[in-house]
Design a protein around this ligand. Structure first.
Ligand code: GLU
Length: 487
């Protein structure tokens, strides 16, 4: 049978990087083996689930390129199926109604704690007689449904990441609740572990790939598979993503959702590539840049680490910059335009080719998209902001004359061979050579002075290319004049 995997996010928050990374591993595994990747939205927690989180999750997965083959399926639309399964467990005598009140449970736990024991349900209502049940119901108590856990056994599975995992059933906290309280004789809201097993059976999931924090659930779920007569799938528990202190990355660490990373200007293939490396190493460990499709060709679980994966901003930045630097200019321009427009730059009247030239100029310096605002603002604002170093440069001896001479060249239209046309790279270079010769100064001085005059900075992107951009708009003379006015 072909491989079928799923990602099953709960829409109780935006798409978290941990869930997205788990989705990446599921996707890679499915694509590697030509299997199916299924999306299931686990929205049974009515209080915490919100449609806007579902939208955020679907959008984030789509944006990352984690296309799914089936779904999204919504658990909230499948409640009958879960209730039937609970009824099956009751009918088989594998589950029962427990009438304990919250106070009784608290009291039980407090006593266990005082005796130095781990808190667990002591299975006290496992064998109630019909009379005892009737008495509780007469009191108006509403029972939950508990699944019997045989505390003597252990649950063992071969995890694709962690090898053989063994869990003592006595450590699972006693008979577990599979459905919330309901009126007498009814079945209340089914709970996570039950719903997951019913769905994974119904959707014939062959491999359950999810975060390591679900290991205890896996032990419980294996018991439910057995009870419901299902085929137990294979399991792969992926390492957690850790913060700099080595603790699980959490909301307190600031940026954790995919939409936040997107807002920060990370691009989808860069972020997806980085997430692939959060716990997985390519067979050629030196290879760190690959698309999802490329990674899928070699992805296997024996190269997934057991140890947690530390989140490394420097590496993410480096990978993102690699993608930005290799994007074709028109594509990069499409990504940068909205960022510029948000900053009030690049209005519709700007020519696309002029904008693409700016992108080509600043692209190699970009790590994240918003940096394009600062890097390009000199092309969109008339007023020059002079840095201290630029002012010093302009005040150096002989600089005024150099700039006047350059201004004369610009204003005399001698930069273009044919009147009305913009200068070329060569004519600008020739103009610099001519001034260097006429003023008998070093070329470096001319270049530094011109940079300070045009940009207000002493460092920046290629000067000739930058000059060309202002020249095309007829603004180079104005900028040199503005600088001369400060002297
Ligand atoms: N809804 C669970 C979560 O978001 C899914 C766990 C699973 O994959 O079974 O953590």
């Amino acid at each position: 049978m072909s491989v079928r995997v799923r990602i099953a996010p709960s829409p109780t928050g935006n798409l978290h990087i941990g869930t997205a990374r788990t989705a990446v591993f599921n996707w890679l595994f499915a694509r590697h083996l030509g299997g199916q990747f299924i999306l299931r939205i686990e929205d049974t927690d009515l209080e915490r689930s919100r449609p806007e989180y579902t939208d955020n999750i679907l959008e984030g997965l789509n944006w990352l390129g984690l296309t799914w083959d089936e779904g999204p399926f919504y658990q909230s639309q499948r409640l009958d199926l879960y209730k039937q399964a609970v009824q099956t467990l009751l009918d088989k005598g594998l589950a029962y109604r427990c009438y304990c009140t919250p106070e009784e449970l608290n009291d039980m736990r407090a006593k266990q704690k005082a005796a130095g024991l781990a808190p667990r349900y002591d299975n006290r209502h496992r064998n109630l007689t019909a009379d005892e049940q009737a008495a509780f119901e007469a009191e108006g108590r509403k029972p939950v449904i508990r699944f019997k856990i045989d505390g003597d056994r252990s649950i063992v599975w071969k995890d694709l990441v962690r090898g053989t995992v063994s869990w003592k059933a006595s450590d699972l906290g006693g008979d577990m609740v599979v459905a919330r309280a309901a009126e007498a004789g009814g079945v209340g809201q089914p709970l996570y572990n039950l719903a997951v097993v019913v769905d994974d059976m119904d959707m014939t999931i062959t491999h359950v790939i999810r975060g390591e924090d679900h290991i205890a659930n896996t032990a419980k779920q294996i018991l439910l598979y057995e009870a419901l007569g299902g085929q137990v799938p294979e399991f792969a528990h992926t390492p957690l993503i850790l913060n700099q202190e080595g603790r699980k990355l959490s909301k307190r660490d600031g940026v954790t959702s995919i939409s936040d990373f997107r807002k920060m200007g990370y691009i989808a293939p860069g972020l997806a590539n980085y997430m692939t490396l959060l716990g997985w190493t390519a067979p050629d460990a030196t290879q760190e840049i690959f698309t999802l499709d490329e990674a899928a060709q070699t992805f296997t679980f024996d190269r997934v680490n057991q140890a947690g994966a530390k989140f490394d901003w420097d590496k993410l930045n480096w990978i993102n910059s690699q993608y930005l630097h290799h994007l074709p200019i028109p594509e990069l321009t499409d990504l940068i335009l909205p960022v510029w427009q948000e900053a009030g730059f690049a209005t519709d009247s700007e020519e696309r080719s002029w904008l693409e030239q700016i992108v080509a100029l600043i692209g190699p310096s970009l790590t994240r998209l918003p940096e394009a605002v600062e890097l390009a603002q000199m092309f969109f604002t008339e007023e020059i902001n002079f840095s201290e170093e630029a002012t010093e440069q302009l005040q150096k001896e002989g600089v005024k004359e150099i700039l006047e001479s350059l201004l004369a060249t610009v204003e005399g239209h001698s930069l273009s061979e044919v009147e009305g046309q913009s200068a070329t790279e060569d004519t600008l270079k020739d103009a610099i050579k001519a001034v260097t010769k006429a003023k008998k100064v070093k070329k470096g001085l001319v270049m530094r002075s011109l940079r300070a005059a045009l940009t207000g900075e002493v460092h920046g992107p290629d000067l000739i290319q930058s000059w060309l951009l202002w020249n095309q708009k007829g603004q180079d003379g104005d900028r040199i004049k503005q600088s001369l006015n400060t002297l």
